[in-house]
Design a protein around this ligand. Structure first.
Ligand code: IMP
Ligand code: MG
Length: 349
């Protein structure tokens, strides 16, 4: 059995928080990371401590889970080794396994990412070397994990082990990275990352077929943020659709209120642009990801409900907003995050 967590906006939806919550609550045997590579940063707050990961799956908080990185994911050895040593208390070194065919980011890829005028100034990439490393992989000249002696102790055939785990009846959680709007195929090209970012891509990244999937959990933040270039709906002063403008007015979700929310990118520290929730985008990403439920995050930034763990204790405005999302998107909101700590979660499953 396998479930997938994917981002429905432009990354930074709070996937780290949701994956850490699920891995503890549902006690997954395996948590495996898909997606592009160390351009994605996931933040986890566990018992008051904050952890940021760019390579290790956010499920590290559950010490019973085996952690994997799929063949589609790029590895930056320095980032990986830093995280393994920072997460020493979680015994990550013994639990992390990397596919022998993961692509490798070398120093030259980071330089090409930063020195390329289009990538650095126009697309405004994270500069982590992911795009150029994938470019080399497509040209079939890039190095793979099996070519790097320091990685040897972590290597295995991830796809094979995951499929065996499924045959043995184990529970697998696939941790997606980035978000729908950053997909090379379905996103806001050319202001996108170097791969597809949908649930189908996450399956392909780790080597599991679609028949094994139970739930696709689409993570949506209660408003839209974006780091890097590329326009997005509702940015600026105007709400284009009268229906949603009326709702935002009713719920007092104003640009002025949102402007007070300070967010910075986990990887780059750049400040995130922000705008009211984009219903159209949520609808489209729910369809293309075949979402079976929504995990809504950061609702405490819009309404007074920090740390609330029961649906009934939410303010009426928050309930109304959640209902509007369900009605418009056509998918139930089953997980609601009301704070950074993994436990600050309403679970309606
Ligand atoms: P790249 O993925 O570094 O090539 O950057 C391409 C675009 O995707 C830039 O706008 C980045 O800011 C954005 N991006 C890539 N990964 C993430 C992520 O995990 N969260 C947010 N934005 C991301
Ligand atoms: Mg992030």
């Amino acid at each position: 059995m396998c479930n997938i967590v994917v981002g429905g906006q432009f990354g930074d939806e709070g996937k780290g928080k949701i994956v850490s919550y699920l891995s503890l609550k549902d006690n997954y045997d395996v948590v495996v990371r898909g997606g592009v590579g160390p351009n994605a940063g996931h933040t986890i707050v566990y018992n008051g401590n904050e952890y940021r990961v760019r390579q290790i799956p956010s499920g590290f908080v559950n010490k019973n889970s085996t952690l994997y990185i799929g063949a589609g994911v790029l590895i930056s050895s320095d980032v990986l080794f830093d995280e393994i040593s920072n997460l020493n208390e979680f015994n990550v070194k013994k639990r992390i396994k990397i596919d022998f065919q993961c692509g490798i980011i070398e120093e030259i890829h980071k330089q090409r990412d930063k020195n390329d005028e289009n990538l650095s100034k126009n697309v405004q990439t994270t500069g982590s070397g992911c795009g150029p490393a994938n470019e080399d992989r497509i040209k079939r000249i890039g190095k793979l994990a099996k070519d790097i002696p320091e990685l040897r102790e972590f290597l295995c055939d991830v796809a094979y082990e995951l499929n065996n785990a499924i045959d043995e009846g184990k529970k697998i959680l696939i941790e997606g990275t980035q978000g729908f709007g950053l997909s090379l195929y379905h996103g806001t090209y050319p202001y996108v990352t170097s791969k597809d970012t949908t649930a189908a891509a996450m399956l392909s990244d780790v080597g599991i077929g679609p028949k094994h999937v139970n739930e696709v959990i689409l993570v949506l933040k209660a408003y839209t943020t974006r780091v890097g270039n590329g326009s997005f709906w509702n940015e600026g002063k105007k709400i284009r659709n009268d229906k949603y403008e009326k709702l935002f007015n009713e719920l007092k979700i104003t640009h002025e209120k949102l402007a007070r929310i300070e967010e910075r990118g986990t990887v780059t520290g750049r400040s995130r642009r922000i705008s009211p929730f984009d219903f159209e985008m949520a609808k489209r990403s729910a369809k293309i990801n075949s979402a079976t439920m929504i995990a809504l995050t950061n609702i405490d930034r819009l309404f007074d409900c920090s740390g609330v763990r029961k649906f009934d204790d939410l303010p009426d405005e928050a309930k109304k907003f959640i209902k509007a999302i369900e009605d418009e998107v056509g998918v139930k909101v089953k997980i609601i995050s009301t704070g950074r700590e993994y436990k600050d979660t309403i679970d309606l499953r």
